[in-house]
Design a binder for this molecule. Sequence first.
Ligand SMILES: NC(=O)C1=CN([C@@H]2O[C@H](COP(=O)(O)OP(=O)(O)OC[C@H]3O[C@@H](n4cnc5c(N)ncnc54)[C@H](OP(=O)(O)O)[C@@H]3O)[C@@H](O)[C@H]2O)C=CC1
Ligand SMILES: O=C(O)CCC(=O)C(=O)O
Length: 415
Amino acid sequence: MLDNVMRQFDNAAEIIDLNPNIRKILEVTNNELVVHFPVRMDNGEVEVFKGYRVQHNNALGPYKGGLRYHPTVDIDAAKALAMWMTWKTSLAGLPYGGAKGGIQLDPFKYSQAELERITRRFTYALGDNIGPELDIPAPDVNTNAQTMAWILDTFMSTKAPAERSKNMHVVTGKPIGAGGSYGRDRATGYGVFLSIKFWAEHKKVYLKDKKFIVQGFGNVGYWAAHFLEKAGASLVAVQDAYGSIANDNGIGVEALFEYVQGNKNGIVGFADTMPIDNSEFFALDCDICIPAALGNQITAENAPKVKAYLIAEGANGPTDVEAEKVLLENGVEIIPDILCNSGGVIGSYFEWLQNRNGEIWQLEEVMEKLEKKLRTSFDKVREISNERKVDMRTAAFIIAIERLEQAYKQRGIFP
Ligand SMILES: NC(=O)C1=CN([C@@H]2O[C@H](COP(=O)(O)OP(=O)(O)OC[C@H]3O[C@@H](n4cnc5c(N)ncnc54)[C@H](OP(=O)(O)O)[C@@H]3O)[C@@H](O)[C@H]2O)C=CC1
Ligand SMILES: O=C(O)CCC(=O)C(=O)O
């Protein structure tokens, strides 16, 4: 992923002839924290975990980005994901920089009580390297509102009583009862849906009866599918970590969601669906493909087989650079991750603002504000894409990098 994000950055930096000194700053990360911390397991034994927090850039505001619990989390993954966060927050016009982190572990091997202790010890280990005006984590793969509540509680407990309530915005994506915002749960998937809707309006494509496939049926994949189905499109295949299922006549999103809650094997075995080989997933017949799981899923190997004419990147970095060349040559359009999944961090920004200002916004208000912000980004990306005759990812990177360049120049650094 690191190679991908660097190549994406280099491509845009060349096109805009980015100031070489600013380029030097942006191609490295500001801070990289690796922590080892011991946790007592349910059986009494102690296990030592490895956690990461990489802070890429904070020229536009505090570092912002999720925490991932997954075996693939390592320093390079955290660096790549932190860089994408910098471009994402800049593109969205938010007063944030970029960060990412997590713990290298398979969370499904641990009990809830163990995950709570792991999260609390990780928070202690991060100490004051995170903070509401310094670096604000949020959910990502295999972390959720509960994880954020544990972080908040642990972080607050390290502060003097009078300071505690001033720290509510140290994390976003919290449960509603613990300072969370209405709508943050669905914000990323809703943003993916809106991006597709804006694209469809622009292309004069009707979403009704369009067929879509989703890789990853977690927070992002489920909510994106939920809103697309409501708009009349039909989910025809899904893949999760357990396998892939398909039904060309449609898979009920809500029924599948209910099924997954009570099933040890994820989506596998859902009624009226055929199991299909994972390797054939992206080659399935459909109009829209939503990768909403991990990075590097669409590669030079499977890209030539993609039938969808639109890829809406719910995940971070799902399409590698070589695959993207093939897809663009084949006329497949890609709504890039830093635009397509930016609804999540926009929702987080709204939560952070509410906490800071002692406000509570209703769901409709959050969703309306999210749509307005995302439409502004989307229109700007289309405009630059047309003006410069570049694909949407390059356009999105150009906007994000130029905003940072302007900030450095206005502050008198390398004018
Ligand atoms: N949460 C957010 O607000 C945001 C998330 N993102 C990005 O969206 C993506 C998904 O995140 P999120 O929905 O939060 O994570 P979740 O943990 O909620 O869901 C992840 C989904 O991906 C599936 N998955 C994991 N490994 C594989 C695999 N090898 N093949 C197929 N599916 C797999 C999981 O399957 P299973 O359930 O079987 O484990 C699960 O369905 C990530 O790339 C994340 O960085 C981007 C912006 C914001
Ligand atoms: O909500 C946030 O702060 C960040 C979410 C995230 O990790 C992402 O957009 O990739």
